[in-house]
Design a protein around this ligand. Structure first.
Ligand SMILES: Nc1ncnc2c1ncn2[C@@H]1O[C@H](COP(=O)(O)OP(=O)(O)OP(=O)(O)O)[C@@H](O)[C@H]1O
Length: 583
């Protein structure tokens, strides 16, 4: 938790003011029981009633003044506390978000998306609430507790022994609550992660769940996690609710005990110094002491709970980046776009064996290089190494002869247009989606929509390029989503274009028109992963992958003759006329 406090550094001056205000509030608060005692003493002083009345009015005005001042100070410090803790949480959230943005897919897989969401929301909120509480209580409560104890002792040290007994009993109660609840907080946060995960999975797979009539099974799964969560929360809250009646009981018994012993042992009669007003003040100081200890306990409980959240947040912030800019990383300009794989092997950290082994090829500028192979042969993994979504385990990926690991990431991303397997769209308009890259222009948006065969369907919508896109692109079809994703990559005007099985949702005619338009308009290095031979048969170079190894490189006709695996794929997809024509 302490380590997250470094994000409070910019707010050191407001924090100092908060402490001054809170200290003032505690000081003012400690004056009230004393003045109240004086009111009592004045009332039973036996002076003339008009004098008593004017004295009590004077004391009343003093109390009113102190209370009003205390209210003002409380409002101002409350405003500052909320502001500082909210800004601290925002800073923390920004840092976590920026860090997550720099994660490679490996780190995302490791920490899981649902846990990262909980860490960015719920965990940061826990820490924020605790910091808010700390800012207020950390000065106020010790100040009030110490002040009240000193005031109580100066009023009557012997009677104050009762206070020691009360505080000790309270501490035993607090220790019990602490020991019982503390281990549960870590489990609760993990259950929140789990709940997040099953809910996300459920909502994402709603259609499948319904189609398979598995609603009750999924519901049971969610209910189980929700139930575990509920039980633990109820348990912890029940223990907590024990504390307040417990503290009230101790407070009540202390007041009664003080009054009883003051009268029984004749403090009020025998000691001329100890007045009924002093007894009233002593009771109030005792109550304040007990309340302060209660509040301090709340902090003591909140701190370890927030520490668990802070630890989860720091786990994200401390995670060393696998993919990062080297100190002397290069900014590449005027790139030709040659992509070369040199003895590349790759293994996922969670896997035992290589997914890619000894991959060697060169993709030339202005040419189309295509990848084909059975499912799971490593095609997507291979092209993910170019924009460094993963880094090679062995060997190197070079752009114009420069290792991608030596290139500044922003400069590398600038040069690459990437269309993932599933078309992903963001909430906004068609225009904002196609023009997502800062490198796009109004002109490139229109042109790329045309090349991506999206122009007609965009122009047929009522609002054209201003048509709203729902979250995740839910209001467009799979094929339209793919075409918009392709248009977005094209609008970037990048030197290297990667299409990861991006034509799969397109009908044959659109696929054909798109490929034709790409050939006519795209003078860049083009890398296409495809399942359909027809999509790639005109490529300048086709690379056939099998079990993570290259088993054939060449043009369509050559591969039909020389590569049995390619022939096998072709035979499963092309008619005998098409095959015979090729041969
Ligand atoms: N994040 C990951 N962690 C571990 N293994 C993975 C991961 N992603 C993919 N794999 C494994 O790597 C292998 C190659 O996957 P990849 O997605 O590259 O194949 P592909 O040829 O593109 O398949 P498809 O044509 O079905 O998309 C598969 O066996 C897959 O199980």
């Amino acid at each position: 938790m302490l380590r997250t406090f470094k994000y409070l550094k910019p707010y050191i001056i407001p924090i100092l003011f908060i402490f001054i205000f809170v200290g003032t509030r505690a000081f003012l608060d400690l004056q009230l029981p004393r003045i109240m005692g004086e009111v009592f003493d004045e009332a039973v002083s036996g002076k003339e009633s008009s004098i008593i009345k004017s004295e009590i009015i004077k004391l009343g005005i003093q109390m009113l003044g102190i209370t009003l001042l205390s209210i003002v100070v409380t409002i101002v410090s409350g405003f500052l506390e909320s502001r500082v803790s909210a800004k601290y949480a925002k800073k923390l959230r920004d840092e976590v978000y920026t860090k997550i943005q720099s994660f490679s897919l490996d780190e995302l897989d490791e920490l899981t998306v649902s846990s990262l969401i909980t860490r960015t929301t719920n965990d940061i909120q826990q820490v924020q609430q605790t910091v808010n509480m700390l800012l207020r209580m950390v000065v106020l409560m010790p100040f009030i507790a110490t002040g009240a104890i000193i005031m109580a002792l100066t009023k009557e040290p012997t009677l104050s022994i009762i206070l020691v007994v009360s505080v000790s009993t309270l501490l035993i109660l607090i220790a019990f609550v602490f020991i019982v609840t503390m281990p549960k907080f870590g489990i609760i946060q993990k259950l929140v992660d789990k709940l997040n995960l099953v809910t996300r999975e459920n909502l994402k797979g709603l259609k499948v769940v319904r189609a398979y009539d598995m609603e009750s099974y999924q519901e049971e799964k969610t209910n189980k996690v929700a139930d575990d969560n509920r039980k633990l929360n109820i348990f912890v809250n029940r223990i907590f609710t024990l504390m307040w009646p417990g503290a009230s009981l101790i407070m009540g018994l202390t007041s009664v005990g003080l009054a009883y012993f003051a009268i029984k042992f004749g403090f009020i009669e025998t000691s001329s110094k100890f007045t009924p007003g002093d007894l009233s003040a002593l009771i109030q100081y005792s109550n304040r002491t007990i309340m302060s200890f209660m509040m301090l306990t709340m902090i003591l409980i909140a701190i370890p709970r927030a520490s668990i959240s802070a630890k989860r947040i720091m786990q994200v912030l401390d995670k060393p980046l696998v993919i990062y800019d080297k100190k002397d990383a290069l900014v590449i300009e005027d790139v030709k776009g040659q992509v070369e794989f040199k003895n590349v092997s790759f293994k996922y950290p969670s896997a035992e064996e290589n997914i890619l082994t000894n991959i060697n090829f060169v993709a030339q500028p202005n040419k189309v290089t295509a990848f084909i192979g059975s499912t799971g042969s490593g095609k997507s993994t291979l092209i993910n190494l170019i924009p460094r979504l993963y880094d090679t385990t062995e060997g190197s990926v070079l752009i114009d002869g420069i290792n991608v690991k030596d290139i500044k990431l922003s400069s590398l991303y600038e040069k690459i247009g990437y269309v993932p397997q599933q078309g992903i769209l963001f909430k906004g308009t068609i225009e904002s989606n196609i023009g997502f890259s800062s490198q796009s222009t109004d002109e490139s948006i229109i042109k790329s929509a045309h090349i991506a065969q999206a122009k007609d369907f965009i122009e047929n919508t009522q609002d054209g390029y201003q048509t709203e896109i729902a979250q995740g692109g839910k209001n467009v079809s799979g094929g339209q989503r793919q075409r918009l994703s392709i248009a977005r990559a094209l609008a970037k005007n990048a030197k290297i274009m990667i299409f990861d099985d991006s034509f799969s949702a397109l009908d044959y005619k659109t696929d054909q028109n798109l490929r034709k338009a790409l050939k006519e308009n795209l003078n860049v290095t083009t890398l296409i992963v495809a399942q359909r031979i027809n999509t790639i048969k005109d490529a300048d170079q086709i690379i056939v992958l099998d079990k993570g190894q290259i088993v054939g490189i060449g043009k369509h006709d050559d591969l039909l003759k020389n590569c049995p695996i390619y022939l096998e794929i072709a035979q499963s997809q092309l008619s005998s006329e098409e095959l015979a024509y090729a041969k």
